[in-house]
Ligand binder design. Sequence first.
Ligand SMILES: [Zn+2]
Length: 117
Amino acid sequence: MNTHVGRCQCGKVRYEAEIDLEKAVIDCNCSICSKQGLMLTFIPAESFTLISGEGNLTEHKFNKERIRHYFCKTCGVESFGKGNGPNGNAMVAINVRTLDNIELSKLIVMPFDGKSL
Ligand SMILES: [Zn+2]
């Protein structure tokens, strides 16, 4: 478990999160993940801190609203989404592509069939 800093492309939205990158990240085939190329890892909401950009986020809800997707109003990048885990706990889905200083090619990627849900 390490503290990572992430940001959207323009840098208005910045966050800090406790993430275990040894854990497989999810490559989901649902409409929004596949079109955006999202690679997600889920962490408890308390492990996530939004540093800046609160007022610069647009929320996009679709489908069954399992995840609330947040986009930067300026650059359009989704750094994270919010939802609830199977036990009802508040979770944050981090788009690991927005983390600073990580080697994407070193991550373990697990395909997830979100399209069929
Ligand atoms: Zn931005």
